[in-house]
Design a binder for this molecule. Structure first.
Ligand SMILES: CC(C)(COP(=O)(O)OP(=O)(O)OC[C@H]1O[C@@H](n2cnc3c(N)ncnc32)[C@H](O)[C@@H]1OP(=O)(O)O)[C@@H](O)C(=O)NCCC(=O)NCCS
Length: 202
């Protein structure tokens, strides 16, 4: 199965039913089931689902997106320069516009078939398409801090903002004296190549 075999729909509060959706992670299941509608009504993030055409109540995958930005002032110098270089090759902005892929889940019955990577590419293309209403240079995720998941995002073109958790603690204004593992790690993908390649293909 690929995304092309599925129908793409926005969440409709009071209608879209996540009660049969299980991506194997309780907090994400719980978010889609109980919070995604309110979150959307409050304009915090929009949720979308992929469903089979013949059984639209059977949610295969879901994700939530929200506007975001990369605030470069608190980034370590090396990362600031790298992002600035990737963007301008010389000067840097204080903020780079981005989209946050805040939640992503594929139902357990459909995992390991590369739908997750296709959704990442879909979101990246969507937010660089001509009809996107605002500028969006990067895709950001706040990934659970588990090696398998960080690898998954790295395989799909995302990079860690910070090479150490200590740097990330400082950026997030967390207590730097606490040595507990961070729950999540910020990652990003520059979308410009996608945009340039799509222009070349026209
Ligand atoms: C992460 C996710 C979206 C990937 O979707 P998918 O369609 O299964 O993607 P793929 O088919 O490319 O498989 C991803 C690979 O990464 C691995 N992977 C994903 N999450 C992992 C984790 N937490 N730990 C270890 N490995 C993990 C999978 O085992 C899989 O490898 P395999 O097929 O060789 O076994 C899906 O696993 C999922 O919904 N997980 C639960 C929710 C979640 O953690 N979302 C991310 C929030 S940051």
């Amino acid at each position: 199965m690929t995304l092309n075999d599925l129908v793409f729909l926005p969440l409709v509060p009071g209608k879209t039913d996540f009660s049969n959706f299980d991506c194997g992670r309780n907090d994400i299941n719980d978010f889609f089931l109980n919070d995604a509608s309110d979150y959307q009504e409050e304009l915090f993030g929009k949720t979308y689902v992929f469903v089979p055409e013949d059984t639209p109540t059977n949610i295969v995958a879901a994700f939530t997106v929200a506007n975001a930005s990369i605030f470069t002032k608190r980034l370590p110098n090396a990362r600031k320069k790298k992002i600035g270089y990737e963007v301008h090759q010389s000067k840097g902005l204080i903020n780079y516009p981005a989209v946050l892929l805040g939640r992503l889940g594929v139902d357990l019955r459909y995992q390991h078939a590369h739908l997750g990577p296709q959704i990442i590419d879909f979101v990246a293309q969507w937010f660089t398409s001509d009809d996107n209403k605002s500028g969006c240079r990067h895709l950001i995720v706040d990934a659970y801090n588990e090696p398998g998941l960080i690898d998954f995002y790295q395989r799909n073109g995302l990079k860690l903002f910070f090479s150490t958790e200590q740097q990330e603690r400082e950026y997030r204004a967390l207590d730097v004296n606490i040595s507990e593992k961070l729950e999540t790690r910020l990652m990003y993908r520059d979308l410009i190549l996608l945009k340039r390649n799509s222009l070349r293909a026209k």
